[in-house]
Structures are given as C-alpha cells and as structure tokens.
Design a protein around this ligand. Structure first.
Ligand SMILES: N[C@@H](CCC[C@H](N)C(=O)O)C(=O)O
Length: 294
C-alpha cells in the first residue's frame, strides 16, 4: 500500500535535509526510498533524511546509544545514498528547529534540548546565530593518510579526526588551490578508513587570527553524499585540526566559512568530561510537503 509522508525541508548553511516525524518509530525507510527522496532531479532533493523518533520507541541497539534518559527525541540520520551516519552537526540544529516548530519539543532561551544520536546525546540551545550544539569530545587518529583529489596537484597528508563521525582534514595553501578542486570526484584517502570518511579541504585565513578569533575557509566532500555547501561536524573537525597544527598559541574560538555561509566553533573545558567543542549556526525550515512513498 502506498504511504503518504508529511515532510519538512530545511537546511543549515545550505546543507539540506528532509525531515519527518515518526514518534512511534513505525516508519523505517529503506535505503532505496531515501535515495529516491534525496534525488535532486526525480525526488525532493536533499543531502540527507532525518527521522524524528521518540527515544523510548527505539530498538534496543539504538536505545543503548542514548545514554541520557532526558533525550526524549532521537535524530535518526541518513545520508543521501541511504547510508547511516553517527552524527550531523548542521542536521541536529535543523532537527531542533523542526521539533520546536512542530510543537514536538519546547526550547526556551537559555534552556537545553538534549537530542539522541548514534554518536550519543548532543545538547542543543538557542544562540545568537540560531542554535548552539555541544558536540562533545573528539579523537585525533594516529596515522596521517595521504589524500589526493581531482584538481590537487600533489597528494597531501590529512589529519584523521573523529567528532562522533569520521573526518580527514587536509590543509591547502590558498584560495586558488581550494577553488581548483573538483569535488564531483571522490577524494582518495590512502589508506582508506574502514568506514570511509568525510574529507575537509581547509585554507587558513590571512591573517589566521583576528582579534583572538581564528578564521578558516573550507570545502567538503561528505561520505555518502558528495560535495555539500556545508558540513557542521566537518567545520568542527577543520577548526580542531588547524588549532592542532597551529600549536599552543592558537585560539579556542573559530569562524569557519563554507560555501553555504559561516559557522562558529568553540573549544571549552568541562568539569566532568575534559574539553568539549561547540558549533553555532543557523537552522531554517523552508517548506512543508507531502510525498507518496513508492
Ligand atoms: N552534513 C553533516 C554530516 C552528515 C554525515 C556525514 N556525511 C557522514 O557520513 O559522516 C554535518 O553537518 O555534520
């Protein structure tokens, strides 16, 4: 029987998503359905799909990841190719906007909305830019893979960073090198990470630090999608990588410019869990609709 799906379309700095509410967890889409919805010519078109499920209705595997019982809602995130991803930094802000706009959750200024993800719980609050997300901890990978990409004259070393999902960050020398990249082709990472990775190409600002704030520009090739206008977790990984390379005098406050806009990244200490990193940026819902699932 054909199923009608009510959806909202939204984006965070041009990274766009199809969102729908499935509070009971009864409407799991197939990878084929997700690919069809995300198709920009034959479907609605999006970089990913977000299903809003109540954490209480998750299957046991997913529920185990939502260790905070306060996370009433879970962000069930899928890339445009139908694969799952652990986290989505732009998606989680757009998800907060979707939950609050549709009356499924409340979020007053200064309050926190915990959201369950495959990478654990992420705390979201309203901010001057739209929403701020506590992205939690991260891990530097031990090895430095070589990354080659179409338009890049020589392969460059990348820094592997896990911010809940996997990233490899590559530093380029200037804007001309960034613009010359053809990210319609998948960058090759050698050795290839077992679960794949999102690849960020980053250029330091000139100057890198202005009034105590670091500035970088970035383009990204997302795992399971292709080039996108923005990747929230990618901007966080890029800021962490540049701070790592810049050494002790590098700031904890960063502005990352991507083709879809600019977001803010901040590293901050926590008492109980070491250093965390936050991501702030806009989240917009642009239209609602109904589609019949094949
Ligand atoms: N666009 C997202 C990241 C989405 C998941 C990514 N493609 C992956 O497979 O890890 C973001 O804003 O973080």
């Amino acid at each position: 029987m054909a199923v009608k799906l009510h959806f909202s379309k939204g984006h965070g700095t041009g990274n766009d998503f199809i969102l729908f509410a499935d509070p009971d967890g009864s409407l799991e889409l197939t990878a084929e359905q997700i690919r069809a919805l995300c198709d920009r010519h034959f479907g609605i078109g999006a970089d990913g799909v977000i299903r809003a499920v109540r954490s209480a209705n998750l299957d046991a595997g997913a529920a185990a990841l939502v260790e905070n019982p306060g996370a009433e809602w879970y962000m069930d995130y899928y890339n445009a190719d139908g694969s799952v991803a652990e986290m989505c930094g732009n998606g989680v802000r757009v998800y907060a906007e979707f939950l609050t706009r549709s009356g499924l959750a409340e979020l007053a200024q200064g309050e926190i909305l915990p959201i369950g993800t495959r990478a654990g719980v992420r705390d979201v609050q309203r901010s001057a830019l739209g929403y701020q997300v506590d992205m939690g901890r991260w891990w530097l990978e031990d090895d430095e893979p070589l990354v080659s990409a179409k338009g890049l004259k020589v392969a460059r070393p990348g820094l592997g960073i896990d911010v809940g999902n996997p990233h490899v960050v590559v530093a380029l020398s200037d804007d001309a090198e960034l613009e010359a990249l053809d990210l319609a082709y998948v960058p090759v990472i050698d050795p290839e990470p077992v679960n794949g990775a999102n690849v960020e190409f980053v250029v330091p600002g000139e100057p890198l630090i202005r009034d105590g704030v670091g500035h970088i520009s970035m383009r990204v090739h997302e795992r399971g999608v292709g080039e996108t206008l923005s990747c929230g977790t990618g901007t966080v990984a890029a800021a962490l990588a540049i701070r790592h390379w810049a050494g002790e005098r590098a700031p904890d406050e960063w502005r990352v410019t991507i083709p879809g806009g600019t977001v803010a990244v901040r590293m901050f200490p926590t008492e109980e869990d070491g250093e965390h990193v936050s991501l702030s940026g806009p989240a917009e819902l642009v239209f609602d609709g109904e589609v019949t699932l094949a």
